[in-house]
Design a protein around this ligand. Structure first.
Ligand SMILES: [Zn+2]
Length: 258
């Protein structure tokens, strides 16, 4: 039987988390949703998501989340949060755990940091957090990045897909999922002729169609000749004439047909 995960959004609809440049609850919800889809579609994974939309006070909220996790047969608990601090001071990725999962937390934190292109603050032990204390399976609490830092917000928006792919890959490795057969071949590279201009700085490129391990970054305003378009784990990338791949999201690149 396939091992399962529970992944939940931190805080709740009425018990909001941190809000500054990013809104923690909204973004954590997006991450939970996307990671779950990747695990079920790109991998042979299975699990549960949880979003608390009813609690009106923090105690009820923490109990509702924890009770949901503990009510499921699963092997891994993931709680998605965002960090907050003084405007434009704190930056980067952290993964919190109760004490015995340093290696796991370090591994996940590192791969999230690489995907986002942000500082890896690494694993942190937290004995005071209710959910880490009360969830009964290995639990990792993700602090994706800082809602209060402009660069974190930019990096998060720009690399959202890469981030979710990195989290999904970590969970898949831990629970023994494999990539669905046909995921790669099902999406052949469609011939496209044109050029893209990058709309943001430090846009990741990859030397193969993938979302992790970027090969480098390109500056804003760079024009690249495009020869193809390919769906990579559910989201499109352009193939450039030099054989590299970049996101095809029109938020980050402007495409002109030749
Ligand atoms: Zn939080």
């Amino acid at each position: 039987m396939v091992k399962k995960y529970v992944i939940s959004r931190g805080h709740g609809k009425y018990i909001r988390g941190a809000a500054d440049i990013l809104d923690e609850v909204n973004e954590a919800g997006r991450v939970v949703e996307r990671v779950d889809v990747i695990l079920k579609e790109a991998y042979d994974g299975d699990g549960y998501t949880y979003y608390d939309n009813t609690s009106r006070d923090q105690t009820t909220n923490l109990r509702a989340i924890t009770n949901f996790h503990n009510s499921k047969v699963r092997d891994l608990d993931i709680s998605v949060h965002f960090n907050a601090g003084q405007r434009n001071i704190g930056t980067g990725v952290e993964v919190l755990h109760y004490g015995s999962h340093t290696a796991l937390a370090a591994k996940l934190s590192k791969s999230m940091a690489i995907a986002l292109g942000l500082r890896d603050r690494g694993p942190k032990v937290r004995k005071d957090l209710y959910i880490l204390k009360n969830m009964e399976k290995p639990t990792l609490l993700l602090e994706v990045c800082f809602v209060s830092h402009m660069e974190d917000a930019k990096a998060y928006h720009k690399n959202f897909e890469a981030l979710c792919q990195a989290i999904a890959k970590f969970i898949a490795n831990y629970l023994g999922y494999t990539k669905q057969k046909g995921t790669q071949s099902e999406s052949t590279t469609k011939k496209v002729q044109g050029a893209i201009k990058t709309l943001v700085d430090n846009l990741n490129y990859y030397d193969a169609p993938r979302w992790d391990k970027p090969s480098g970054t390109v500056k804003k305003g760079t024009v690249l000749t495009v020869v193809g378009r390919k769906k990579v784990d559910g989201a499109y990338q352009y193939k450039t004439v030099s054989g590299t791949y970049v996101t095809a999201a029109d938020k980050y690149v402007a495409f002109t047909k030749k």
